[in-house]
Design a protein around this ligand. Structure first.
Ligand SMILES: NC(=O)c1ccc[n+]([C@@H]2O[C@H](COP(=O)([O-])OP(=O)(O)OC[C@H]3O[C@@H](n4cnc5c(N)ncnc54)[C@H](O)[C@@H]3O)[C@@H](O)[C@H]2O)c1
Length: 283
């Protein structure tokens, strides 16, 4: 059973997963490259729990206990005692490989090392650690506190024990896990991203306006969000990295990123996290 979870990366997903696990009674050790960002993540968790108390969704005692389970650090060695370390840093294979190789040195031989990658080959992370059978993907969805699904990704190298422990961890977090082989995009993103990418192409070719594309998919398919709103939520840089990884693996033209998406990332219009994407957001 996972009693102490390490999380590396203090972005959208790292902070969401920390909240989910701490609420489930698991001790959480957050690690960010700078102590200020680690502390800021803790402060934003406190704020989020406070809001839930105000709205009557959480009682004050549970919020206090949840927060007390989380500590924030910049030193990677703080993860040494964790049973499971889940990395959620930028979607970049070289960055993740470097991190896994350092985690392998810092963590105990019995710890599971997992990645929250959306598309990258998990097996490549397994090859840089001492115990490759202990590496798998544990892919949460955004926003982690609200989304029920977790994809458990099984690379060729993973042991059955690792996959079972990952599945049990997801269930302990109150999530519904599914298992999938280590192929780019796993289940959800392999099916979702051609649709999102084609929405950008449709906007780019002037077939319809931004608002009409989103309204059409909400009204016509009963989707809770339109594709352009969803891309802003995911982050356009992460979305571009996902499409690039899918295209590299399958060479399917539907995965070739729409030029507009690449230009928007170059302009640092990354969606909600930067305050501007297909829509503008008040920060
Ligand atoms: N955004 C989503 O909808 C979503 C959903 C599921 C999974 N994911 C995956 O989760 C991971 C993180 O995504 P996110 O949306 O939280 O991204 P984000 O941009 O919000 O956060 C990325 C984090 O990575 C850190 N980082 C950036 N460069 C780094 C480097 N060179 N070394 C170490 N850390 C670095 C940043 O400081 C930040 O803490 C990615 O692998 C992504 O594919 C994202």
């Amino acid at each position: 059973m996972i009693k102490r979870l390490g999380i590396v990366g203090s972005g959208i997903m790292g902070s969401g997963i920390a909240e989910v696990a701490a609420k489930a009674g698991i001790d959480v050790v957050l690690r960010s490259r700078q102590q200020e960002t680690a502390d800021a993540m803790l402060a934003s968790l406190e704020k989020s729990l406070g809001k839930q108390v105000e709205k009557g969704k959480l009682d004050e005692q549970t919020a206090k206990e949840t927060l007390a389970r989380v500590t924030a650090h910049h030193d990677l060695h703080a993860l040494a005692e964790c049973d499971l370390v889940l990395e959620s840093v930028v979607e970049d294979l070289d960055v993740k490989k470097d991190l896994f190789s350092r985690l392998s040195d810092v963590c105990s031989d019995s710890a599971i090392l997992a990645t929250n990658t959306s598309t990258l080959p998990v097996v490549e992370l397994a090859t840089v650690v001492d115990e490759p059978q202990r590496v798998c993907g544990i892919h949460f969805f955004n926003p982690a506190p609200a989304m029920a699904l977790v994809e458990i990704v099984r690379p060729l190298t993973a042991s059955d024990e690792t996959i079972q422990a990952a599945r049990a961890f997801a269930e302990d977090c109150g999530k519904s896990p599914v298992e999938v082989k280590d192929r780019a995009g796993f289940i959800v993103n392999a099916l979702l991203f051609p649709y999102l990418n084609n929405a950008v192409r449709m906007l780019e070719t002037g077939t319809a306006t931004r608002d009409d594309i989103d309204a059409a998919m909400k009204g016509g398919c009963n989707f809770p969000m339109g594709p352009l709103e969803l891309l802003d939520l995911v982050g356009l840089d992460t979305s571009l990295a996902i499409l690039d990884a899918l295209y590299t693996e399958f060479h399917d033209p539907n995965f070739a990123p729409a030029p507009l998406l690449r230009r928007m990332v170059a302009a640092q219009r990354l969606g909600r996290k930067t305050g501007a994407g297909f829509y503008d957001y008040q920060r």
